[in-house]
Design a protein around this ligand. Structure first.
Ligand code: FE
Length: 173
């Protein structure tokens, strides 16, 4: 088949469906621009990637410098994680999530994320469906986090660093 009759390289000529959300491309996931990283605690930050209010999930990059932990919580939905730097584990499991690895956390699981001593920087991409329900050691709920509480957190952060609260809309679908 010659160039003139090869239709494989002709872009789609039709209309995309009405109501379709715009696509999203972020090529600088690991940016050092501190304005894009909202502090979660003294040693941890979160960079929003995709905040999906129609399906109730969010994708974010978690960065932890020095040893630290993420408060004990139960998941109502599934979590997918890809570790980009460093390592981490759960107090409830004996495996370790290593750089370059993938972890699936099933809905219903309760765990406490720990970045071990000696790890200078942990960087992990998390895809979180549903809510994190913070719990005491017996499992009694003490609070929660979901895409909407995350949006509030990022809005306040973007406002405080001069990007404006509406900057969060870049990450919302
Ligand atoms: Fe979790």
């Amino acid at each position: 088949m010659d160039q003139t009759t090869n239709t494989d390289l002709i872009p789609f000529q039709g209309q995309q469906p009405w109501g379709m959300q715009p696509d999203m491309v972020i090529n600088d996931l690991l940016t050092d621009d501190p304005r894009l990283w909202a502090p979660l605690s003294a040693n941890s930050w979160s960079r929003p990637i995709h905040l999906n209010v129609t399906s109730g999930y969010y994708v974010h990059l978690l960065r932890v410098n020095k040893a630290g932990l993420i408060q004990r919580h139960r998941h109502s939905g599934a979590v997918h994680a890809h570790t980009l730097k460093g390592r981490w584990h759960y107090l409830e499991h004996d495996w370790v999530a290593e750089e370059g690895g993938y972890v699936f956390e099933p809905p219903g699981e309760t765990h406490t994320l720990v970045v071990p001593e000696g790890c200078q920087e942990m960087l992990t991409l998390f895809f979180v469906q549903g809510a994190l329900i913070f719990v005491d050691p017996e499992g009694n709920a003490t609070g929660y986090d979901d895409v909407f509480t995350r949006i509030e957190k990022y809005k306040k952060h973007f406002e405080s660093v001069g990007l404006g609260a509406d900057y969060v809309k870049n990450f919302m679908r």
